[in-house]
Design a protein around this ligand. Structure first.
Ligand code: GDP
Length: 297
């Protein structure tokens, strides 16, 4: 289960405070030390942890928490609020263009869940907004990607524009956009190529596609299971593409929590959705406050 180790350790760190009518500064210090270690062990970014601990400590000391009623409960509340803040405070909705179609470009490394997420998002838009999306298959390098997108499209009843694997992705995207305009699709979701790692050629292609279609939304798909690597990936893509949001996948797995807790703070880009399973309905809006509660258990 996701965050299991982190939840356990955070609960343990704060349990020591429970039942105490008054908490000394040294109680607070040792609790904060444990919280710090718990976060680092969950693979949360070092700088993010440092800032978090400083903030919680300042709030606990600055108010009347230590002398007040139920100090332990108040510290749990502060930790909850600061975790929420770390993840962006509130849910951030998808960008929408005033004029159809709204263009969503998916980006990410191979295996992160980009193609699956493109399908999940199309289904969500269709179900919740009665939208008529068009999926564009522009990942010509991973041989199975186009077939996979077509299968997903069939399952969810969403058309997929494809020109096979021998055409330049820029051309595919241009033609796909023309088709969307002709058919009055209100959303276009572009599945772009991924690579095993970030390289210049991939980024150039993605930058060109961005330039061509001026997406309303560039969603970076990252695998939560990869912890700090996910954060580094997000930084790399963000530098090149200035993404507008992140989708964190595989939160149903036993991820430690580092990616979920660091990405927003490091990149300053909101996590908009989380993938919580392999089924096409397993995509949820990301709510920082609910995630903080889930992490605290
Ligand atoms: P792409 O290379 O980025 O397009 O990745 P795919 O969409 O092909 O996904 C790679 C694998 O991850 C597939 O087996 C997906 O079923 C799986 N996957 C994607 N999202 C999730 C998720 O949220 N949870 C789980 N458990 N698996 C996922």
């Amino acid at each position: 289960m996701a965050f299991e180790g982190l939840t356990e350790r955070l609960q343990k760190a704060m349990r020591n405070l429970r039942g105490k009518g008054k908490i000394s500064e040294s109680d607070l210090r040792s609790t904060m030390r444990e919280i710090r270690l718990a976060l680092l062990e969950a693979d949360v970014n070092f700088g993010v942890v440092r800032k978090f601990v400083k903030q919680v400590q300042a709030r606990a000391k600055g108010s009347d928490v230590l002398e007040g009623l139920n100090p332990a409960q108040q510290i749990v509340k502060i930790v909850d609020e600061e975790l929420t803040k770390m993840m962006g405070e509130t849910a951030v909705p998808l960008n929408k263009s005033p004029k159809i179609p709204t263009v969503i470009m998916m980006a990410g490394l191979q295996g992160a869940g980009k193609t699956t997420t493109a399908g999940k998002l199309a289904l969500k838009l269709k179900d919740e907004q009665k939208a008529r999306p068009l999926l564009i298959a522009a990942d010509i390098y991973r041989p199975a990607a186009i077939d996979q997108l077509q299968q997903v499209g069939e399952q969810i009843g969403v058309p997929v524009f494809s020109m096979g694997t021998d055409v330049d992705p820029r051309e595919i995207v241009e033609q796909g956009m023309a088709q969307a305009k002709e058919n009055h699709n209100d959303y276009v979701i572009i599945d772009t190529a991924g690579r095993l790692q970030i390289d210049a050629k991939l980024m150039d292609e993605l930058k060109d596609i961005k330039q061509l279609v001026h997406p309303d939304e560039i969603l970076l798909v990252v695998d939560a299971m990869t912890g700090q690597n996910a954060v580094e990936t997000a930084e790399g893509f963000n530098e090149a593409l200035d993404v507008t949001g992140v989708v964190l996948t595989k939160l149903d797995g036993d991820t430690r929590g580092g990616a979920a807790l660091s990405i927003r703070a490091v990149t300053d880009k909101p996590i908009k959705f989380v993938g919580q399973g392999e089924k096409l309905t397993d995509l949820d809006v990301f709510h920082p406050d609910r995630m903080a509660s889930r992490i605290l258990g």
